[in-house]
Write a protein of this length. Structure first.
Length: 482
């Protein structure tokens, strides 16, 4: 049976105290509630709880204030923070104060009761050795309050005080590099270098020299010993962007460095010890690459100690307006005219499918800050500014029609084709019908510009190029359809 204990719930909302209190009592815990910091302080000494659940915004102050001191006096106490201010800042502050868990409001009651059971079965997490207020809290880079982003904040907060390897997953423009920078600049390595290298941006044959450095004369043009990114990042963080594009030979070498903690330059023989935190990122399906023998499984496990998944912007639409306002505000701080969004414009932004994710939204807001003559950005301006006439992805009728066509096609294939063999697979057959149309139409809409088409499709440029070759499509011959 799960352990039971005494729990103090602090929230100025009586409804929350009742609901949480009842749920916990039903599980056999002893529960008391308080509505303010004053009441909390009074109860802490008389009641001596095992777990403290506290809201952040309390009528007489910030619920996080004093938490570090409480834990210092009572190291066994586990603290669970509830907060409606679902920002990276709150998650980090909660972790810094030594809180056991941070739950964004509105929270899931099951999650809370589970957190309490976990807390009772675990020793309190010691407060971060940096001490209070040691981290720069202002101007935190990541914006967004969606549940998906809260999960990201919680994970970031948990990895700041350790050196675990991190794999950031997400489509292009979702903020993978920003997450890596945030982990570095808020973590214990922040006074050391943050070095980024993008595997897709460097010719394959140069990747090893860039990463590990090279000796004088190692190859034509190697005029002097040059330190690689590993050595440049000494003591700090190395961000390996687009790791899925790393050639296999370089992967083998990288794995060796991660296992030994030593780098040997290309053409060199004397290893150099390196102390570097690794954060890798990819928009590719690494498991698929492993299956195709294009990515080493052992390297994958080394890199993927803590995964952080950034969902596409279209799957966290509640963040769109916050982000849009953030970018307009930033433009104003940079000296551009201050702009706001009309209701219609806000609706349109929410409905759009954002294939280029946050980067696309950021670029659009910057453009509008410069171009729009009115102070309030109206729907009309957006209609021109959004690509493809801002057709929202959720456009119900075409999506329904497509779904209908796919259903009919699949049923027919299953009816006709079962047991006849010869066909590659239903999945491939469908893609072979649909994908070339998607690629052709998208390319035609941007006059064959592969970079823009890849952005609209939300896939990597190299992936697009490969697909075009596979389907025998020539982007230059694609004309805007009638
Ligand atoms: N949550 C966010 N809050 C504020 N700005 C963001 C957020 N996410 C992304 N951005 C901004 O959007 C732009 C794209 O982000 P970033 O370069 O980190 O994406 P990425 O996933 O690494 O893209 P790629 O895979 O193409 O390299 C950056 O200018 C970044 O500052």
């Amino acid at each position: 049976m799960a352990a039971t204990g005494s729990i103090l719930v602090v929230d100025d909302d009586p409804a929350i105290c009742v609901v949480v209190g009842e749920a916990l009592r039903r599980q056999g815990h002893k529960v008391k509630t308080a509505a303010s910091i004053r009441e909390r302080t009074a109860l802490m000494s008389s009641f001596a709880p095992d777990v403290l659940i506290t809201d952040v915004m309390l009528p007489d102050g910030d619920g996080l204030d004093g938490v570090a001191e409480i834990i210092e006096h009572k190291p066994d106490l586990n603290v669970i923070i509830l907060s409606a201010q679902n920002t990276l800042n709150t998650a980090i502050r909660a972790t810094e104060k030594g809180a056991f868990e941070y739950l964004p409001k509105p929270f899931d009651l099951n999650e809370l009761t589970r957190a309490v059971s976990d807390a009772l079965g675990t020793r309190a997490v010691a407060a971060n050795g940096d001490g209070e207020g040691a981290l720069p809290h202002d101007g935190l880079p990541l914006v967004g309050r969606s549940p998906a982003m809260q999960e990201v904040y919680r994970t970031i907060a948990r990895v700041l005080s350790n050196d675990l390897s991190i794999l950031v997953l997400g489509e292009s423009g979702t903020g993978k590099e920003l997450v890596a920078e945030a982990i570095h600049s808020l973590g214990q390595r922040r006074t050391k270098p943050f070095v980024a290298i993008n595997m897709a941006a460097i010719p394959r044959e140069l990747i090893e020299a860039e990463l590990f450095g090279y000796e004088k004369g190692a190859f034509t043009g190697a005029h002097a010993r040059t330190a690689g990114k590993f050595e440049q990042a000494q003591g700090g963080t190395l961000f390996l962007d687009e790791i899925g594009d790393m050639p296999l030979e370089a992967q083998t070498r990288l794995l060796r460095v991660l296992q030994s903690g030593e780098v040997t330059t290309v053409g060199g023989s004397k290893p150099v010890r390196v102390n570097v935190r690794i954060i890798a990122a990819t928009n590719k399906d690494l498991l698929q690459l492993i299956e195709e023998n294009r990515f080493r499984q052992d390297l994958y496990y080394r890199l993927n100690v803590v995964p952080i998944a950034l969902p596409p912007l279209r799957e966290r639409r509640e963040d769109v307006i916050l982000l849009a306002r953030h970018f307009l505000e930033r433009a104003a701080i940079e000296g551009l005219p201050r702009k706001s969004l009309s209701d219609e414009a806000a609706q349109m932004l929410m409905a759009y499918h954002w294939p280029g994710n946050v980067r696309e939204l950021q670029n659009l807001m910057q453009r509008l800050a410069v171009l729009s003559r009115e102070n309030v950005i109206a729907g009309d301006i957006l209609r021109h500014a959004l690509p493809l006439d801002s057709v929202p992805a959720d456009h119900a009728v075409p999506a329904d029609q497509l779904a209908h066509a796919v259903r009919e096609w699949t049923r027919r294939q299953l009816g006709v084709g079962l047991g006849q063999g010869g066909s590659r697979s239903l999945h491939d057959d469908l893609l072979a019908v649909v994908e070339p149309i998607l690629l052709q139409e998208t390319l035609a809409s941007v006059d064959g510009n592969q970079i823009r088409a890849a952005g609209l499709l939300g896939i990597n440029r190299n992936t697009l190029r490969k697909k075009l070759t596979d389907y025998g499509l020539d982007p230059l011959q694609l004309r805007v359809p009638d």
